[in-house]
Design a protein around this ligand. Sequence first.
Ligand code: ATP
Length: 306
Amino acid sequence: MIQLYQPLNFMGMVYREIKQAITDIEAMFAILGRPPEIVDRPAAPDLKVAGGTIRFEDVAFAYDPARPILKGVSFEVPAGKTVAIVGPSGAGKSTISRLLFRFYDVGGGRITIDGQDIREVSQASVRRAIGMVPQDTVLFNDTIRYNIRYGRWDASDAEVEEAARLAQIHDFILRNPQGYETEVGERGLKLSGGEKQRVAIARAMLKSPPILVLDEATSALDSHTEREIQEALDRISRDRTAIVIAHRLSTIVDADEIIVLDDGRVAERGTHGELLAKGGLYAGLWNRQREAAEAEEKIAGLERGV
Ligand code: ATP
């Protein structure tokens, strides 16, 4: 029995590793549209995390040399704090998260985590330290339990369920007759954008990394779902270093600092209150979003016959 069990166990391990590699590659393709090209320095040591302070120092970057995207961006995320990055579409917000995850190397300046240049340490150790909640989460054709456990393979069933509870997706899972054994994907349960993002949050909770990068979904979510996701995100980013790439400004009013990116430069920075008082780019974005939200509410009210 043991003789038979061991090879099966080994095959299971290999299967899981292959599956994880495929998903990582898929995620990478989804994010970049092409395969990675960054290679570790020979004998690069692992990143040593002590709190997880992130610094961007005069960072310049271009996907295509003829078109600079970041033109000298500097900011710091002190250990345990939350910094939000906002700005018009195409300003370079998601590029910042790709550079931190080291999908690309900077063209100028440097990025450090706890004082270590991320080009000097192994990519694997940088990625282990960062939990990503991407805009678009890749799901497997497997059970919902498996999809959450992807955050940490050795998590127990109880830990998977606790993460789902914290990510506000536990009740949704239990509404399916097969609960955590419900199959997800092509022939199974199809999850909405908000539900997928909560699976990503649950995975990140299981991984429990010192640094979190939350790339908010661009697609509109109804206000109830948005509130649920917001609560889950607030919970997970408490006591961690977090960068939130935000599209809806209502979600980041409590951030310790807000960086307003425009055309690859930091145009403004400050707290929500400070930036509103300034009456600049952020205040303009805020007023536009508020007017749009009010108009939507009015239309919804008319549809309900209020
Ligand atoms: P959004 O709010 O629309 O998500 P963003 O501020 O996050 O925008 P980025 O995704 O960082 O913007 O993109 C910044 C610029 O870089 C855009 O003009 C985009 O077209 C360009 N860009 C992004 N990815 C690539 C790529 N892989 N190759 C070439 N150009 C790219």
